[in-house]
Design a protein around this ligand. Structure first.
Ligand code: NAD
Length: 479
């Protein structure tokens, strides 16, 4: 099938630049094509968004909220269709897309549909000066949203929902590797009554379509999620144009396990935080540090559990690990297993590609646990973004804190301990935007989300997202 752009409420063919093949990772076959949209396509999307802005930015909050909640309901009503499309594009188990990705995408619209009606601005009485100040939170205008392939619809809507809730009009680009659910979203938006031009979706490569959005002089803000190198490039392009930027980038998150934790809960959650979505979640705990006193026990139990995970076709019910997203990505992840061996690390389990019967050309890899000798080896420092984790022991809190912070990234961290004082000390000193204690990936959409260091700039989530997608203007009235 040929996917089309969604511009001004209509599906349209690209003007030039041709098509890109879209692969199904579960069998390695091409099953569709997407436009490699050009500058002209982006310009058309921009014109549609610009025309829609005066009316949409003046639409009452109740009406915007009603439409967003309707989109959410329609996503829920189409759960199976969206989950199957997401799985076919990305390789993730259908069960995961049904349980997590699509419901969370629906929640994004419902949450921001409600949040916008609660988004208050401040006022300050300038006592003794007969003046009052109030803040207007005004939509920016036309904004750009660019998202990655790992949680395709979930992350795409995480940007779009607050952007349109706040009264902006959007030019959005999903990853060229996973365009399908973004394409389907256009239909849902029309059905929900979203006015034409409020959301425009252009498909294509980052270097053509994405670059055209970032370079566009009148797209005033860019909300980007993706790799750190791409984020750095976008920051350079956007700087001379003085664009507002939100960058959610890579991670290499520590999972720190103390011997006083609730062991079984920790063990089960650590399997999930290591390998959910084939380890392709920016929040996965890819560096596991275990207190020496329980290291051997953990190593044995963890490896046994990991060996029990089933690698299989994404549509099979008992599949735990589906296919990796693409052939180049599979090759990249495999290359890190070779690097680990060269660095003298021990592969405790996994490490090999898997052939799934009937789907021999799919991109499958065993979940892999690497025991590293030192925390500064490459597999412990660089983002692998696949079903690969490292483990190593530690002795003291200071030692593990130092190792946890000794990477360029700072997205999230997980701590397993029942010691309250240690929890307080460590969670304040860990360099990360999110710290989970005795849990992982428990999300409350009101909380700020984002990273420090090379993991990003700015915060999404709750009112932080609505603040990003609005400009604050102070009005001072003397009376
Ligand atoms: P990527 O940087 O290759 O691509 C992300 C998006 O940017 C895609 O839509 C791509 O087409 C586009 N893009 C690429 N070059 C561009 C350019 N020059 N101008 C504009 N757009 C461009 O990332 P990816 O491989 O799709 O995703 C994996 C990365 O995303 C990992 O590093 C992961 O950690 C990160 N990620 C971060 C978060 C977070 O919240 N911090 C969440 C998910 C994924």
């Amino acid at each position: 099938m040929k996917i089309q752009n969604y511009i001004n409420g209509k599906f349209s063919l690209p003007i030039a630049n041709g098509w890109i093949d879209n692969y199904n990772p579960s069998n390695g076959e091409v099953y569709g094509q997407i436009p490699n949209s050009s500058k002209e396509d982006v310009e058309n999307a921009y014109i549609a968004a610009k025309s829609a802005f005066p009316s949409w930015s003046q639409t009452t909050l109740e009406e915007r909220s009603r439409i967003l909640i309707k989109i959410s309901e329609l996503l829920e009503a189409n759960l199976d269709r969206f989950a199957e499309a997401e799985s076919k594009d990305n390789g993730k188990p259908v069960s995961l897309a049904k349980m997590v990705d699509i419901p969370r995408a629906a929640s994004n619209f419902r949450f921001f549909g409600n949040a916008i009606t609660q988004f208050a601005s401040e006022s300050h009485e300038s006592v003794g000066q007969n003046a009052v100040n109030y803040t207007l939170r005004q939509p920016i205008g036309v904004v750009g949203c660019i998202s990655p392939w790992n949680l395709p619809l979930y992350l795409f809507t995480w940007k779009i929902a607050p952007a349109i809730a706040a009264g902006n009009c959007v030019v959005a680009k999903p990853s060229e590797v996973t365009p399908m659910t973004a394409y389907l979203l256009g239909e849902i938006c029309n059905e929900a009554g979203l006015p034409k031009g409020v959301l425009n979706i252009v498909h294509g490569l980052g270097t053509t379509t994405g670059q055209a959005i970032v370079e566009h002089p009148n797209i005033k803000a860019i909300s980007f999620t993706g790799g750190t190198a791409t984020g750095a490039h976008i920051a350079k392009v956007a700087a001379p144009l003085f664009k507002k930027l939100s960058l959610e980038l890579g991670g290499k998150n520590p999972n720190i396990i103390f011997d006083d934790c609730d062991y079984d809960d920790m063990l089960n959650t650590t399997v999930r935080s290591s390998f959910a979505n084939q380890g392709q979640i920016c929040l996965c705990g890819s560096r596991i540090f275990v207190e020496e006193t329980i290291y051997e026990r953990f190593k044995t139990d963890f490896v046994e559990k990991v060996k029990g995970l089933k690698v299989g076709h994404p549509s099979e019910r008992d599949t735990n690990i589906g296919a990796l997203v693409s052939k180049p990505h599979l090759q990249k992840v495999k290359s890190y297993i070779e690097i680990a061996k060269e660095e003298g690390a021990t592969i405790l389990c996994g490490g090999k590609a898997v052939t799934v019967e009937g789907y021999e050309n799919g991109y499958y890899l065993q979940p892999t646990v690497i025991e590293v000798k030192t925390d500064d080896c490459r597999v412990n420092q660089e983002e692998i973004f696949g079903p690969v984790v490292t483990i190593m022991p530690f002795n003291t809190e200071d030692e593990v804190l130092q190792m946890a912070n000794k990477v360029k990234y700072g997205l999230s961290a997980t701590l397993w301990t029942n010691n309250l004082k240690r929890t307080m000390r460590m969670s304040s000193q860990i360099q990360a935007g999110i710290v989970w204690v005795n849990t992982w990936m428990l999300r409350d959409l009101r909380t700020p989300f984002g990273g420090v260091k090379h993991s990003g700039v700015g915060r999404e989530g709750g009112f932080e997202a609505l603040r990003f997608f609005t400009e604050a203007k102070n009005v001072c009235i003397k009376y």
